[in-house]
Each structure stands twice: as structure tokens, then as C-alpha cells.
Design a protein around this ligand. Sequence first.
Ligand code: ZN
Length: 558
Amino acid sequence: MRAIKYVTAFVACLTFSAAANAEEQGEKKPFNAKLVVAIAVDQFSADLFSEYRSSFTGGLKRLSSGAVFPSGYQSHAATETCPGHATIMTGVHAGRAGIIANNWINLKVKRDDKTIYCAEDERIEGTSFGSITAEVQGEYIESAWHLLVPTLGERLKKISPASRNVAVSGKDRGALMMGGREVDAIYWWKGKGFATLNGQSIAPAIGALNNEIAAKIEKSRAPYAIPARCEARNRNIVVSEKQSVGDYAFQRPEGASRIFRASPDFDGVTVDAALALVQSMKLGQGEATDVLSLSLSATDYIGHAFGTGGLEMCIQMSELDRNLGILFSALDEQNIDYIAMLTSDHGGHDLPERLQEQGLPHAERIDPDLNANYIGAQIRESLALPGDEPLLHADSPFGDYYISLSLDEETKATVKAEAVKLLTSHRQVHSVLDSADLAAMPMPQGPVEEWTMAERARASFHPDRSGDFIVLLNKAVTPIAHGGPGYVATHGSPWEYDRRVPMLFWHKGITHFEQPHSVKTVDIAPTLAAFVGVDIPADETDGRCLDIDSGAGNSCQN
Ligand SMILES: [Zn+2]
């Protein structure tokens, strides 16, 4: 036992000599914290932050009083939840992390179901693609094995095994992509309560909370009081004959666990789960620095179900602010020395029906015929190819398209050329990028807002997982052909409204500053790492440390 401890300490000294020397000499490092609280608010765009910033009085007000980077970027084109979460704690672009989208296709996988979910392990027999929008999220085994690089929590554990790496989220992929493979506790919402890794038992503190939540969902919920600032947004918008949004205040019938997710209460219970773990595991009170990754999903579910511009999002913004206030107050009460960071996995875009009434008449839904099946069938007909097997495979109308493996090389090239021709001539398609060109490109550098479309796509490209070509839609095209319950608006484009997210850092005693220049979410891990005395080698990150000390001190030279 002693020998193991000695070896571990020796390795830590070698790798992190500066921090270790400072400790040996009894120097207190100028910057430090016992707990890193890394928060991702799902779909919290820079636009939402800016729209509601002046109204925050709780946790978001506190974060806005620290180091504020209003132009953070999820740099890549695939602005979805899994790639976004994968950049935050790893410090590398989504493609380098291996997370090219929420879902992708692997035509070589042994099972019948060729669609792969980013946070599953498809190697396990009997699994199938658990659709993220399906009624039942079953059939797959949650796993972070697709994530190819370590997270900050994993790095800390390697240096000091006493360090705990904990992740909590409303979504499995949120927790798994921020926590990584080596975690001490990890929980996400599944159906009616918080669940954990297959084969692991639920901690008593979470079990007790699950019972409380179940009792809460059993009861009906009265509508939220409408804040005065939300009145102007309280207006009914018709999406279809059966569907309208804009004036819902989250009243809920008894036992409505499904719509519970798309309500502010969902973030409330996720914060409760995080605090239950902070208390039961005494996070931030051990000998080493701990990491708590917290991904709050209600903003995203509300954005998808009701859009970003109505009463629903307005109520959610004040409730998010309040729930974050509860989190920070509880950490303060326990005298925990923490550094808090908040960002988002991607931005978002309102539903076209409301945008059309608000100065954006060209906002529209995607042409239902713009999809892999339809385009593939057209190509089969025009080339007079025999058979009826799909020529093209894709999980959504945009992003990665894969060409059938059953074609010979020559036919494959012809099909590809035909598909690119058909797609690029479509009025809603901005560009179609060839994977061979992306594979030959270096990872882009320079100001992220000036990146070309190909550079954006390169940042979420992985040669073994990406499609044969990648389809990018025009600005203000919503890739949902027909809005339905729970799904009227979305994100996922290479455009600024989906890429730009706030990046906020706060610790006790921080002096406020605002840096409007663009920064990237891949800068977060090196910034937090340096703050707690960990060096991420330059060749292991696509980001850079941001000095969050506004004065002469430099939190990057810690
Ligand atoms: Zn998301």
C-alpha cells in the first residue's frame, strides 16, 4: 500500500513539478480551488444570455460578476449535444474527441441497427440504437467509450487518486461526455429518476431523491406565475393544426413524467442530485481537488418543445437563474472553496413560425424531400441501378451522409458525384463537403468566427466515423419538416446562432471583467486545469488557457 502511494506521488511530481514544488516549499498557490464546478446549460446560446442578462438576480448574476466571455464558441459545424459536451472538459475539438454528432452511421457494425448513439456501447450484443426522441430510451448500454481523450476530472485523478470525478446531467450523454470513462459517481435522468452506469448501484442519497421526485411527478403542477418581463413574449404561435406554442406556463397533470423534462423543475431536481452528491461524498472537502460536472437539460428540452422566443423560455431563464442560485448558496453554506464555470454545448434557434413574425420572413422549415432516402432513390432511378437497398444513409437531413458499402468503387464514386450534384442544387443547401478534403485539412487556427464552412466541419470531423460527405444547410432553415409535440425548433447548424455560447468563470474574490473577443469552449479545460495547478500539454489540447485574473496576476502561470 505504502509503495503504491509512493509511486503515485513520484509520478505526480514528475508530471506536475511546478505545483508539487510550490506545495513542498509550503507556498500557497495564488489560484486554487478544492472543487471545480463545471456547468453546461444545454442550448443556452449567447443570444439567450444577452437577451436575459439584465434580468438575472441569482446564480447567473453571480457568474456574470466574474470573468465574462460573451463570445465563446463551440467551434464546430455539428452543433449538437454530444459533440458540444465533448469539447468542454477535454480541451479538444469534437472531431479529435471522436464525437462527430449525437448519432452517426457505422455500416460495418455487426448488429442490424447501423445507427450509433454517441453515448452507447454498440459492441455489446443485443443492443440497438436507442433513439433520443423515442418514447422509451432503452435498448442501449450507456458508455463513454466513444470519447477518445481524457477529461479534466480524469487528468486530476491520474495525478492524485484522492481526487473525485463526478458528473450529473439530465441526459446520459451530458454526464458521460463531461465525466469521461473514469468516474467516481455519474448520474443522468432516465424515465422517472436518476440512473447510473450499467451494473453499478444507485447511491442511497440519489435513491432517496428519486423517491422524492417520483412523489413530485405524481402530483399535478399549477402554472408558474408569469414574471412581468415575460408578458410581451406571452403570445400563441400556431405551428400546425394540432400544435401551438408560446403561452404555456408549465402546468402539468398528475404523473406526467414525460413533459416533466421540458420544464424548469427538471433543472431543479438535477441541481438537487448534484447537491446530494456534494454532501454525501463531501466533495471539495477532501485532500485533493474534486470535479463536479453538471449539465442542465431543461433549457434544451424547452427550446425544442416551445422555441426560444416565447413565454416558456422566458420563465425558464428566471428559473435557471434561481436554481443556479440555490446551487451556489448550498456550496457557500458548506464553506467549499470552488471555481465555477458555466457554458453551453451549443446555441439554438427559434421556430420559423415565430421568426417569420419577428423580422425574419425567410425563416423556414426544411423541404421534406431533402433527406438521404429520397435523394438515394432519385439517384437509383436516374442511374438505372438494380435493386432497392438504400444507396445513402444518414441520421438526419443535414450532417453526415454515408454511401452503401455494397457498391463497387466506380459505382460508389458515381453515386457520390450524383448525390453532391443533387444536394448542392437544392435551394436550402449551403454546401456539401467531401470527407476526403476534410481529412486532408489541418485542424483550423485563427479567429473562430472567421472560419470557413469547411474549417467548421473539420473541427467535428473524424476519419473513421464521419460520413462520405457532409451536408450543411442554409441559414435560418429549421431541419424539422413538420413540427410536432416536443419538437418544433432545433440547432445543429454551422451558423453563429448555434455555435456561439457564453463562457463564464467565477470564484470567491474574482474581479469582474468582460472580454468580448471570441474564445472557444476548448479553452475551458486548459483554463480550469491551470487554475487548479494542472498543466495540459500543448499538444494535448486545441485550446489555450485564458487568464481569468483581471489584474497583474495570471491564472495561467499558476
Ligand atoms: Zn444540447
